[in-house]
Ligand binder design. Structure first.
Ligand code: ARG
Length: 585
């Protein structure tokens, strides 16, 4: 164990606890940051824990109770005073400790030298590494990407990056909706009212028009839905005309969505849409029938009955033989298992599909398809704070439109701030800041609540926003430009903590692996985002109050080391959130 991280401090404590005659496991020792540095850098309740446990034991033996403060005092006596420059017993038996600055110096240096190595060394014990396959974005194609696709796309990509960072092997898949009854409607509409050559001139908007027309007409003509269903069945049975149309639609759609992914900087390893599983469902259905998991339902449908009498069964095949969304999802699980033997299978999908996933996972379990843990990572709805971009009936707000708007607003913000950049620089910064603001606005909110989209808040240099963070990072980086130094060149500097603002910043930096791990464990990029905001605020407090380049030699070096470590951690978290780093602002 290297002596440059919190685990080391914990081990030293465990040793002292043992010497004082007590026994605690490393995993049970909690070392928390204090609210105020006046109460130490860290506090632990371990003495209370020991006294509590001891009391239970001694009560059984009829012995006197242990006093937590006495336990704390006993431990304190054994703590190494070279590492802990100050210690005290507080309240009912907390132990507060202050740590010597050489230790922090080593932490800062390890961040500057190699943040990856530092993370790997510090990641909490017990965070087993493995293989994950994750599905996100997955739009239903033949339509433009709408704003509602943003959440899954952005959250999923950040979760992928976070797991890669903590050492997992991650396969990113995009289960696009390129099959399903909506294609029956579309193909039917094309045959009835459209013309492929005409559509090709501006494919996606034209397809959308036909789709909207279908729904409009279907409201009046009840036959239409049945005809579309029959059309879909024909397609599934391989009708060549329908197939040709469908292939074109898929091709056009892929051309439509790729530029959005490029703009967002979102990447996938696979794009195995629903149609990829077309020929993989039959064997599964057969297998399920054979093992008795899939049985006959009403009118010849094939179902998996529910264990809960209040819940409907999962329909795996309709009476007419057509497969369903859930059947394709099941085939996907089987395929993922065969290809990657993952430990985790993750779907980042709207909370509205909670029931779908519940049923799907139940069926997969009954069919013993995988040992992997299946996780549905849900998120709430996207809401606009003001009426801007509100949708009229039957109208979707296009994602590309939203990104354009963000860049325009970012440009205005940049103009208002009078940043010293030439035209090309401003254009680039508008892009980085506009796209970054949209992403950050999604990522910093708790995904389990509704996500509010507030233009004013997200495109501001104040508060928890991408421009604030970008500005802070650019500012930190500019110090090195002024010093004609590279952040890496601070690796042999020593830390001198002369002010609480420095200590606070240092403690933030040290907490990075912990928030990384939390974000991974909870599938919540918001932990990282809020960590980043906290770090940026503490950096700004440090920067605003303390001279860096003007300070005398020792302090100057120390502050440069702190700034360098801040740049490293911030850049790292920017990467995980998919934010680009502006060079200059
Ligand atoms: N394409 C689907 C929709 O837009 C979402 C797919 C989610 N992923 C999955 N494996 N079911 O509703």
């Amino acid at each position: 164990m290297r002596n440059n991280n919190l685990s080391y401090v914990k081990e030293v404590m465990i040793k002292a606890i043992k010497e004082a005659g007590f026994q605690v496991d490393l995993a049970d020792l909690k070392l928390e940051r204090t609210k105020q540095l006046a109460h130490g850098h860290f506090a632990t309740n371990v003495a209370m824990m020991i006294a509590g446990l001891a009391s239970v034991a001694s009560a059984k033996e009829g012995k006197a109770k242990q006093n937590p403060r006495a336990v704390a005092e006993a431990i304190l006596k054994k703590l190494d005073p070279k590492l802990f420059t100050k210690m005290e017993v507080a309240g009912p038996g907390f132990i507060n400790v202050w740590i010597e600055q050489n230790f922090y110096s080593k932490v800062a240096v390890s961040i500057v030298e190699s943040i990856d190595k530092m993370v790997q060394e510090v990641l909490p014990v017990g965070f087993a590494k493995g293989t994950m396959v994750i599905d996100y974005s997955h739009p239903n194609i033949a339509k433009p990407m709408g704003v509602h696709h943003l959440l899954s796309t952005i959250l999923g990509d950040s979760i992928k990056k976070t797991y890669r960072k903590v050492g997992w092997t991650v396969v990113a898949d995009n289960f696009i909706g390129d099959m399903g009854t909506q294609f029956g409607k579309l193909i039917h509409a094309i045959k009835k009212w459209g013309n492929m050559a005409e559509i090709e001139k501006d494919p996606i908007p034209n397809l959308l028009k036909l789709y909207v027309q279908f729904h409009f007409e279907a409201d009046k003509d009840v036959e239409l839905d049945d005809e579309a269903r029959a059309e879909y069945k024909k397609f599934e049975d391989g009708d060549s005309e329908s197939r040709r149309m469908w292939e074109k639609i898929v091709e056009w759609s892929k051309l439509e969505i790729q530029p959005i992914y490029d703009r967002l900087g979102v990447e996938f390893d696979q794009m195995n849409g629903e149609s990829f599983y077309e020929d993989k469902m039959r064997p599964i259905l057969d297998e399920g029938r054979k093992s008795g998991v899939i049985v006959d339902g009403k009118d010849g449908a094939w179902i998996v009955p529910s264990d809960n009498p209040d819940e409907p069964p999962a329909v795996m095949r309709k009476a007419d033989g057509a497969t369903l969304y859930v059947t394709r999802d099941l085939a996907r699980i089987k395929y993922w298992e065969k290809m990657w033997k993952p430990d985790l299978m993750v779907n980042v999908v709207d909370v509205a599909q909670e029931f779908h996933f519940k049923k799907l996972f139940e069926v997969a379990e009954k069919m013993k398809m995988t040992k992997a843990k299946n996780v549905h990572v849900p998120f709430g709805r996207m809401q606009f704070k003001d009426g801007s971009m509100s949708t009229r009936k039957g109208n979707i707000i296009m994602l590309s439109q939203l990104l354009d708007e963000a860049e325009v607003r970012a440009r205005k913000l940049i103009e208002d701030k009078n940043v010293e950049l030439d035209e090309a620089g401003k254009a680039e910064l508008s892009r980085v800041m506009g796209i970054g603001s949209v992403k950050y606005s999604v990522l910093h909110q708790n995904r389990t609540s509704n996500i509010t989209f507030d233009w004013d808040k997200m495109l501001s240099f104040e508060g928890n926003s991408a421009p604030y963070l970008m500005y802070t990072l650019a500012r930190a980086k500019s110090i090195f430009r002024k010093a004609a130094l590279k952040p890496d060149e601070c690796a042999d500097f020593d830390l001198v903590l002369s002010d609480d603002k420095e200590t606070k910043l240092m403690l933030d930096l040290m907490a990075y692996p912990e928030s990384l791990e939390r974000a991974a464990r909870d599938f919540k990029p918001s932990h990282l985002a809020n960590y980043l905001y906290e770090l940026a605020q503490d950096f700004n407090a440090f920067y605003n109050d303390l001279p860096i380049l003007q300070a005398e030699r020792e302090l100057r070096d120390s502050r440069l080391l702190l700034t360098s470590a801040t740049v490293k951690v911030m850049e790292e978290v920017f990467g995980l959130l998919g934010l680009e780093v502006p060079e200059k602002m």
